[in-house]
Design a binder for this molecule. Structure first.
Ligand code: NAP
Length: 309
C-alpha cells in the first residue's frame, strides 16, 4: 500500500463502469517505485454527473485524471483548454489541473505512436499507414499519426461515411493525405485500392472491436493473401493477447503486435503530464502484465484457411 498523508496528491480515472481499469495498478506501481507522494484512484462517474465531477477536479485540487468510456468525447466540452490532438480528435483521455485551469489531452494516439516505435522500430514518417476502423480509437490514432509526420493514411471502415468523415478531418487540418479504402468482403481478393495500399503501407493498425473478448472468432475481412512478408500489423485489442487478426497476419508472414503497448504508453504520457517526471516504464509494464495475466483469454480459436481471405 502507498502511504497516504496530508501532502499526498491525488490522480484518478473517471469512467462508468470503471472497476475493470488497469490504470490504478499501473500508476500506483510507478508512484511507489519512484517514492512520489501521489495516489491514483478509480472514480465511477455516471454520465449525468460528469460536469460536476470535472468541476470537482479544481475544487478538490486533484493533480489530474484519466477519462475513459463513455466520457472521452463529452469531457472535451467541459475543460478550459484542449491540446491540439485532443481538439482534433474531439476526445480527451487525460485532464491536467494547473492552478485551477483544466487542460484536456489525448495521449491514446501518441501512446500508439510511441509503442509502435518502441516495439516494432517503425518510424511514423517512414510511409503511409493503413487504418482498419474509424471509431474513437481510430480517430485518436489517425490524428496522432497525422500530427507526427505520417505522409498518408488509408482508412477502411464497415460504415464508409465514418471513414470519409475521418479522412476529411485529417485532410482539412493536417499536412497528411488521407483516403478511404473500401471495406472488403470476405473472400474478395482486395478490390478498390487494396493492392496499392498494402504495397505502400509501412504498417497496418486494426482498431475495430472485432475479435475482442468474448467475440474472439471475429476479425476484419482484410485480404490476408495480399499481405507482404515482414509487414508490421498491430491490433489495438489486448484481450485476448493474440487475436484472430494477429494470427492471420502472422500466418501471412507479418510481424504482429497487440494493444498492450498503446495502453502502457498512454499511461506513461499521462504520468509525465501530471508529475513532470519520467516514470519507470518497466515497472508500469510489469504491473500491467500482472493485471492482464488473470484476464487474458488465450484459448485457441478457430481460424479459416488463409487462402480464402
Ligand atoms: P468504437 O468507437 O465503438 O468503434 C468501434 C469500431 O469497430 C468502428 O470502426 C466499428 O465500425 C467497428 N466494428 C465494431 N463491430 C464491427 C463489426 N461486427 N464489423 C465491422 N466493424 C465493426 O470503439 P473504440 O473506442 O474505437 O474501440 C475499438 C477497439 O480498440 C476496442 O477493441 C478497444 O478495446 C480498443 N482500444 C484499445 C486501446 C489500447 O490502449 N490498446 C485504447 C482504446 C481502444 P462501424 O463504424 O461500422 O460501427
Amino acid at each position: 500500500m502507498l502511504e497516504i498523508n496530508g501532502k499526498t496528491r491525488i490522480c484518478g480515472i473517471f469512467g462508468y463502469p470503471v472497476e475493470h481499469s488497469f490504470s490504478p495498478a499501473m500508476h500506483n506501481a510507478a508512484f511507489k517505485d519512484m517514492g512520489l507522494n501521489y495516489a491514483y484512484v478509480p472514480f465511477a462517474v455516471r454520465p449525468e454527473d460528469l460536469a460536476g465531477a470535472v468541476s470537482s477536479i479544481r475544487h478538490l485540487n486533484l493533480a489530474g485524471v484519466n477519462v475513459t468510456v463513455p466520457h472521452k468525447q463529452a469531457v472535451a466540452g467541459l475543460v478550459d483548454l484542449l491540446s491540439p490532438a485532443a481538439r482534433l480528435a474531439g476526445a480527451v483521455n487525460t485532464i491536467v489541473d494547473s492552478g485551477g485551469v483544466l487542460t484536456g489531452h489525448n495521449t491514446d494516439g501518441m501512446g500508439f505512436v510511441r509503442s509502435l516505435e518502441e516495439e516494432a522500430g517503425t518510424e511514423i514518417a517512414s510511409g503511409p499507414a493503413l487504418i482498419i476502423g474509424a471509431g474513437g480509437a481510430a480517430r485518436a490514432v489517425a490524428v496522432a499519426l497525422a500530427l507526427n509526420g505520417a505522409p498518408a493514411l488509408f482508412i477502411t471502415n464497415r460504415t464508409r461515411e465514418k471513414a470519409a468523415d475521418l479522412c476529411e478531418l485529417i485532410n482539412n487540418n493536417t499536412g497528411c493525405r488521407a483516403s478511404v479504402l473500401g471495406w472488403p468482403k470476405p473472400g474478395q481478393q482486395g478490390g478498390e485500392g487494396w493492392v496499392e495500399a498494402l504495397g505502400a503501407a509501412a504498417f497496418m493498425v486494426q482498431t475495430t472491436s472485432m475479435g475482442m473478448h468474448p467475440n474472439t472468432v471475429e476479425f476484419p475481412p482484410v485480404p490476408f493473401n495480399l499481405l507482404n512478408k515482414g509487414q508490421v500489423a498491430v491490433d489495438l485489442i489486448y484481450n485476448p493477447g493474440r487475436t484472430a487478426f494477429m494470427k492471420l497476419c502472422e500466418a501471412a508472414g507479418c510481424r504482429v503486435f497487440n494493444g498492450i503497448g498503446m495502453l502502457l504508453h498512454q499511461g506513461v504520457m499521462a504520468f509525465e503530464l501530471w508529475t513532470g517526471r519520467t516514470p519507470p516504464v518497466d515497472v508500469m509494464r510489469e504491473a500491467l502484465r500482472r493485471c492482464l495475466e488473470g484476464r487474458m483469454q488465450n484459448a485457441e480459436i478457430f481460424l479459416p484457411k488463409i487462402d480464402t481471405y
